[in-house]
Design a protein around this ligand. Structure first.
Ligand SMILES: *[C@@H]1O[C@H](CO)[C@@H](O)[C@H](O)[C@H]1NC(C)=O
Ligand SMILES: *[C@@H]1O[C@H](CO)[C@@H](O)[C@H](O)[C@H]1NC(C)=O
Length: 376
């Protein structure tokens, strides 16, 4: 199943989340009011990096960062474009927690092609809390044969294959390989589109039923966000009902973002710990997909829920689609956490998670449709 990939994410998130919040306010300390002109700059930045790192260790009593250069003994060269950029815009403090990755990411030749490993580095930094990434002045490589037709269903696999730069992905070099090697990850697009339409167990919420619920509550669903939406199947289905859904998705070594875009949908490359990049009260529906589950540290999950609340309009819907956790924790931890939002329970279905890890860990699934009150 697709879960080993999710685990990577989750472990990274767990590492990041413990300190990301306490660090956030530190980011501004890196900025200096004027771009210094000469040699002292690197030492100055280096000193600040070390101060930040020492503060981090102190605050979190976490394992020390893998690289701890001291300004007197080593002098790693800081890429010129990183220095330049750091005077234009703040850089997230978590970026400085991974100077090795950040320096590698920003070490490139301006005005030429970006280095080939950029995407892996970028995603790795983002997952470590370095988001937004600094901008760069280089050209990203694009597939040699850009799409010449509108997205169709079913997709000819040749159309898809020629629109992905496969050497970024270690395990497969084609969509048929992905569909075979990682069933359930959403790359068999011909079967994907049948999702969200059937009611097999109480944990299912078919789209027609969802829209009916909203309609009978006099609440139009026009715009939604799918959090952790993989290859964008939910958005693709909603598009057929004239509902616009944007999908947040990370790649995890498979071309999720590319596929969402090839389907004519909007992929947002943002991690779960990132503030949703939309204004307050503007969306009608937020769906939390499989990626939102018990692996997310509790405090971070709470911030995620309240950010979802921020973007939902009054009367809008929050849908937990197969959220999973330990059976015990649903009543003690997650139920109360969700309850704090004060939403109306339109649907609340719990069922045993019957795959091997679900049985081993005594996990349950929750599918819940909650409606935000119109006024607080
Ligand atoms: C979506 O919009 C199109 C064009 O306005 C319309 O023809 C179609 O019936 C709509 N589909 C649904 C499911 O509302
Ligand atoms: C779910 O699992 C629990 C504990 O193993 C069991 O008691 C219960 O009967 C199961 N429910 C269903 C519907 O299978």
């Amino acid at each position: 199943m697709g879960f080993s990939m999710g685990l990577n994410l989750v472990l990274l998130l767990a590492m990041v989340a413990t300190n990301i919040l306490s660090l956030y306010h530190l980011s501004s300390t890196l900025q200096s009011p004027k771009p210094p002109t000469q040699q002292p700059v690197p030492d100055h930045l280096l000193h600040q990096l070390n101060t930040i790192r020492a503060t981090i260790s102190h605050l979190t009593r976490h394992q020390p960062p893998s690289i701890t250069p001291s300004p007197t003994t080593t002098k790693p060269s800081i890429p010129q474009d990183l220095l330049l950029y750091s005077h234009l815009s703040p850089i997230a403090s978590s970026c400085h927690n991974h100077p090795d990755l950040l320096h590698k990411y920003m070490a490139y030749t301006p005005y030429s092609l970006c280095p080939l490993d950029s995407d892996l580095l970028a995603e790795s930094l983002i997952l470590h809390g370095c988001h937004p990434l600094p901008r760069r002045r280089c050209f990203s490589k694009t597939p040699p044969k850009p799409p010449s037709s509108l997205p169709r269903n079913p997709f000819p696999s040749s159309f898809l294959d020629s629109n992905v730069i496969w050497n970024k992905y270690p395990s497969c070099k084609s969509f048929s390989c992905l569909a075979k090697k990682s069933p359930g990850l959403g790359f068999d697009l011909n079967t994907e589109i049948s999702k969200f339409m059937t009611y097999k167990t109480e944990l299912d919420l078919p789209v027609p039923q969802l829209l009916q619920v909203a309609k009978s509550a006099n609440s139009a669903i026009r715009l939604g966000i799918d959090i952790g939406g993989a290859t964008g199947t939910f958005a693709a289905r909603m598009k057929q009902y004239n509902v616009t859904v944007v999908t947040t998705t990370m790649n995890f070594n498979v071309p999720n973002n590319e596929v969402v875009a090839l389907r004519g949908l909007v992929p947002l490359h943002v991690p779960l710990q990132q503030r949703l990049p939309v204004f307050d009260g503007v969306v009608d529906l937020v769906r939390c997909a499989h990626a939102v589950n018990r692996w997310i540290p509790l405090t971070m999950m709470e911030f995620l829920f309240y950010d979802v609340d921020r973007v939902l309009r009054g009367g809008g819907y929050l849908w937990f689609d197969h959220f999973f956790c330990k059976r015990m924790d649903l009543d003690k931890v997650f139920g109360p956490l969700i309850g704090k939002l004060g939403y109306k329970k339109v649907k609340w279905a719990v069922g045993n998670k019957t795959d091997s890890s679900g049985l081993k860990n005594e996990e349950v699934y929750l599918t819940a449709l909650l409606q935000k009150p119109v006024s607080k």
